[in-house]
Design a protein around this ligand. Structure first.
Ligand SMILES: [Zn+2]
Length: 140
């Protein structure tokens, strides 16, 4: 997390937290950053050095934003563990899970996407799988 000092077109100054500099630029360019005082979206970075948060401050900012950073970290760890130990089969998840279950493909750990209908079919066939909250990287 990084904090920038921002300034709106009428000169109000305020601080805002962003994931990183690129996210800040992107959000400002898209007009998603508005001045808390006047609501103006014509926001620019105030001439001040950006402030990189320490872990403690990042946690505080995340708490203010309504996120539990420990939960996000745990989910990110889970994602990394899955990615390092399993094969990504993408949209073919249901098909591959079925093949493994019926011995048509070598037994291994896989992960990927399934539609709700596919997930229901797998469950009906007693094919073991788990849904995990897939957290995007770099949000913490
Ligand atoms: Zn303003």
């Amino acid at each position: 997390m990084i904090r920038f000092a921002l300034k709106c077109a009428c000169g109000h100054r305020f601080d805002s937290w962003f994931r990183d500099n690129a996210a800040c630029e992107e959000l400002m360019a898209a007009g998603h950053v508005s001045c808390p005082a006047c609501g103006g979206a014509g926001v620019a970075k105030a001439p001040m050095a950006p402030f990189v948060a320490s872990a403690r401050e990042a946690e505080r900012a995340a708490a203010e934003a309504g996120l539990d950073i420990r939960l996000r970290r745990a989910l990110l760890k889970l994602r990394e563990a899955v990615e390092s130990q399993s094969e990504n089969v993408g949209g073919a998840f249901a098909e591959e899970a079925r093949k493994i279950h019926y011995g048509e493909a070598p037994p291994r750990s896989i992960y990927g996407d399934a539609t709700p209908e596919e997930a229901e079919e797998l469950a009906e066939e007693d094919i073991a799988f788990a849904r995990i909250p897939w957290i995007s990287r770099g949000d913490s």
